[in-house]
Design a protein around this ligand. Structure first.
Ligand code: NAP
Length: 237
């Protein structure tokens, strides 16, 4: 039997990178899409790196067209690439807001729309990496949270639209996960046991979601560390 094919956006770092490794171990052929797909250092005959700036909607459409030209079915689409700009909302740079909305919300919407025919053919699974911020107020992160809440609501609406075609849709909402996501931010999870999730743990959760018995779909999964401990890297002015 042919290998199952998965597309993971943002597979060059953090959660996406851990997930790409897990999927390769499980025997998937993985299409890895990001700006620097080689950055993750994962090389494998079953990994196809595709370069695309997902904050540019026209590039997303072009990339999806390229995938449609090369593959006739898709078993798994993981819309994972994302970024966060945080701070008082009135202080956000409009260019950063646009980038974040395009990357976190518009790109998954376009990818899903363009690739649904391939997913329908495989009775495939769409997993959207949302965030805990979609579930509760996130002061200093209103715009980021809005993109993630949009993605969560999109997932729930889409499941009701495509479930009759055998397509599964899941929104995964992780809390603080220790990845390079925080490299450019002024806060991070405390490096204390129990205060953060790991990318490998999120990848395991994705495997749990895709391995559900036929006829049952995890439509939403929230993962939180036991403790809530943040560190501030510098004093707020
Ligand atoms: N870490 C957390 O605490 C946490 C919690 C909840 C949800 N999440 C979500 O989980 C997802 C993965 O985050 P992470 O923590 O793994 O962060 P990360 O380590 O910073 O990884 C982000 C990934 O997104 C890709 N990316 C960023 N901008 C891009 C662009 N313009 N075009 C294409 N790809 C782009 C990056 O690849 P390139 O640099 O190669 O482009 C990278 O592979 C994000 O959607 C994030 O919002 C994270």
């Amino acid at each position: 039997m042919d290998k199952k094919t998965a597309l993971v956006t943002g597979a060059s770092s953090g959660i996406g990178q851990a997930l790409a490794k897990s999927l390769l171990k499980e025997g998937y052929f993985v299409i890895a899409v990001s700006r620097k797909p080689e950055r993750g250092g994962v090389t494998n005959a079953d990994l196809l790196p595709l370069r695309c700036d997902l904050s540019r909607p026209e590039m997303v459409t072009k990339c999806a067209g390229n995938i449609r030209g090369r593959f006739d079915r898709l078993d798994l689409l993981v819309n994972n690439a994302g970024a966060g700009f945080f701070g008082l909302h009135e202080g956000l740079d409009p260019a950063d807001v646009t980038c974040m909305v395009n990357l976190n919300l518009t790109a998954p919407l376009i990818f899903t729309s363009r690739l649904l025919p391939l997913l329908r053919k495989a009775k495939g699974h769409i997993i959207n990496i949302s965030s805990i911020t979609a579930k509760r107020p996130s002061p200093m992160g209103s715009a980021y949270a809005a993109t993630k809440a949009g993605l969560l609501h999109f997932s729930n609406c889409l499941f009701d639209e495509v479930r009759k075609n055998g397509v599964k849709v899941t929104a995964l909402c992780p809390d603080m996960t220790m990845t390079p996501f925080f490299d450019k931010l002024d806060f991070a999870p405390a490096a204390e046991e129990g205060a953060f999730l790991t990318p490998e743990l999120i990848a395991e959760s994705v495997m749990f979601i895709v391995k559900q018995p036929p006829g049952s779909v995890v439509t939403e999964l929230v993962l939180r560390p036991q403790l809530h401990r943040l560190i501030r890297k510098k004093q707020e002015s």
